[in-house]
Ligand binder design. Structure first.
Ligand SMILES: NC(=O)c1ccc[n+]([C@@H]2O[C@H](COP(=O)([O-])OP(=O)(O)OC[C@H]3O[C@@H](n4cnc5c(N)ncnc54)[C@H](OP(=O)(O)O)[C@@H]3O)[C@@H](O)[C@H]2O)c1
Length: 277
């Protein structure tokens, strides 16, 4: 049986949809079904279910709040992930852990390779990196899929925030010195299931193709929706946030290519598909 944690979240809900379409038996769980920080509850869950593959999408994802809630963020993203990894090992189950571009330090302007040095700049990034290390330590049949700048139907995301602002504003200031790849959760969910169904264990980067800045993404959003909102590019230092963000979030797809997995569509077409559905 496949298990999907974070099943009510942005990505987890799309992963459940893909498994359903592929007729793969699965159980989608969220915090009400299983609090992953509760070690005994996780152990009991594995004894009660015949887990063959655990797709771990649940996470503490409030990046700025994490700076003042470090304990909770670590409990979910590190200890919670460790609890699952140990049980996957015990059950001889595969585990797919969704991670983030924030494990890297954001230096330079080249795409990060999967094994490049990790240097998280914020608490959330550090917690996800410790989660990666726990998965590698405890579960041999593991996949780690790092993604970035996710948007989807559930929860809020940058694109939805821009469209909300467009209701009341004729111009917005958006940072233009952070570069990465927006990723449509529906596209990523398909890739995650392709990887989880395989036995090609290892670390992958999964994002839509191409790179842009947040201000490029805002401009594209308004263009597609025909909104007359001016986007003023601003530097990160003019828009301080509690958590430091990496300037460079480009992720290399080399290992995805080597594994024979199909890359995701270009980010512009992904945004169009999302906005015009
Ligand atoms: N969003 C992005 O831009 C982005 C970028 C890179 C990587 N990622 C990674 O992608 C994955 C999916 O992210 P997402 O955007 O789908 O996040 P999301 O929408 O916030 O979903 C995360 C889910 O995890 C659940 N959860 C939180 N604490 C839990 C606990 N103690 N036990 C069980 N479940 C718990 C949440 O439930 P509640 O809502 O009830 O708390 C939520 O349903 C995460 O691993 C995230 O780190 C996301």
């Amino acid at each position: 049986m496949y298990i999907v944690s974070g099943a009510k979240g942005q990505l987890g809900s799309d992963v459940c949809d893909v498994l359903k379409k592929r007729n793969i038996p699965y159980i989608g769980i969220d915090v009400d079904d299983l609090d992953i920080t509760d070690e005994n509850a996780v152990e009991k869950f594995f004894s009660n279910n015949n887990v063959s593959c655990f797709i771990h999408c649940a996470a503490y994802t409030a990046v700025d709040k994490a700076e003042s809630e470090k304990e909770l963020c670590m409990a979910v993203n590190f200890n919670g992930t460790e609890n699952i990894a140990r049980q996957c090992r015990k059950s001889n189950a595969k585990m797919l852990y969704v991670s983030t571009d924030y494990v890297f330090g954001g230096k330079g302007d080249e795409p990060f390779e999967v094994n490049d040095e990790k240097a998280p700049l914020n608490v959330y990034g550090e917690s996800k990196y410790l989660g990666e290390k726990a998965v590698e330590k405890y579960c041999n049949k593991h996949f780690i899929v790092r993604t970035s700048w996710v948007f989807g139907e559930k929860n809020t995301n940058f694109i939805a925030t821009m469209l909300k602002l467009a209701e009341t504003r004729s111009e917005v200031n958006v940072v233009s010195d952070q570069t990465g790849s927006p990723t449509y959760s529906k596209h990523l969910a398909r890739l995650i299931c392709d990887i989880a169904e395989s036995e090609k264990y290892g670390v992958y980067h999964g994002t839509n193709e191409g790179y842009c800045t947040w201000s490029d993404l805002a401009k594209k959003t308004f263009e597609i929706k025909g909104k007359a909102v001016k986007v003023n590019p601003v530097a990160t230092k003019e828009y301080p946030t509690p958590a430091i963000r990496p300037k460079n979030s480009r992720l290399s797809k080399r290992s995805l290519d080597e594994g024979g997995f199909e890359r995701l569509p270009e980010w512009e077409s992904a945004v169009k598909e999302y906005l015009l559905k």
